[in-house]
Design a protein around this ligand. Structure first.
Ligand code: CA
Length: 233
């Protein structure tokens, strides 16, 4: 039995029904809201584990809902957007959303995002009980205290910025980080040229996370949005 409680915020009935039917068949519990006002109310009353939030709501913009929820809760929010423009997703991610789905999406994609989010939730709960000194993901290992990273048991020779980038991605594994968020964290600013430098540093970092036979992808690019470190099984 899946005990995760999902808040579904969607005013478009066919999409709402697709989501809730999928959740039902996969034993998720859910509550629904059809506008921003009731979304905020349901979120504060029931404290769901995850929110699936449509950005285009009849009363308020979904981004406002994210900002409101973030004033009291860190619950993972997956944004559902009919708009393909990157700016909407970026605005939502910068406001504190964790991930996004673009309409039309498949049931498999929805379920995959939920699984990723659940894994992240479980990790967050673990981290809250004890901040690990070592981060391990597939063949990647970071020893925070020593400030060293290893890949396939060999030390990675990283520049200070590459190391900071790697740690930032690792600390948010599974989560899409926007260019703005990353440049703010690394350089404290987000000018156009910082984003250009970010691309360069990310390219060299990814090169270092490639290993002959092993074609596992660790860092995923979301074009026009940002980057995500994938959880390697
Ligand atoms: Ca809508």
């Amino acid at each position: 039995m899946n005990k995760t409680l999902i808040l579904v915020v969607e005013d478009d009935m066919p999409v709402h029904n697709l989501i809730t039917t999928t959740l039902k068949t996969h034993d998720y519990k859910f509550i629904s809201a059809k506008n921003g006002g009731s979304a905020i109310m349901e979120a504060s009353t029931h404290n769901p584990d995850i929110a699936l939030l449509d950005l285009g709501l009849p009363d308020v913009d979904g981004v406002e809902v994210i900002k409101k929820i973030r004033t009291w809760s860190n619950m993972p929010i997956i944004v559902i957007s009919a708009r393909s423009e990157d700016t909407d997703k970026i605005e939502a991610l910068d406001a504190g959303a964790d991930d996004y789905l673009t309409k039309p999406f498949s049931v498999e994609e929805l379920l995959a995002r939920l699984r990723v989010t659940q894994r992240r939730l479980a990790l967050m709960q673990q981290e809250n009980s004890a901040q690990p000194a070592v981060f391990v993901n597939g063949a990647l290992r970071i020893e925070y205290a020593a400030g060293c990273a290893y890949f396939h048991e060999k030390e990675l020779h990283l520049t200070p910025i590459e190391y900071k980038l790697l740690c930032l991605l690792a600390q948010n594994v599974g989560k899409v980080l926007t260019h703005t968020f990353i440049t703010q964290k690394i350089w404290g600013s987000s000018w156009e040229n910082d984003i250009a430098s970010l691309r360069v540093f990310m390219a060299t970092l990814r090169k270092k996370l490639e290993n002959g036979e092993d074609h596992t992808q660790y860092i995923q690019t979301h074009i026009g949005v940002g980057y995500r470190m994938l959880r390697v099984e």
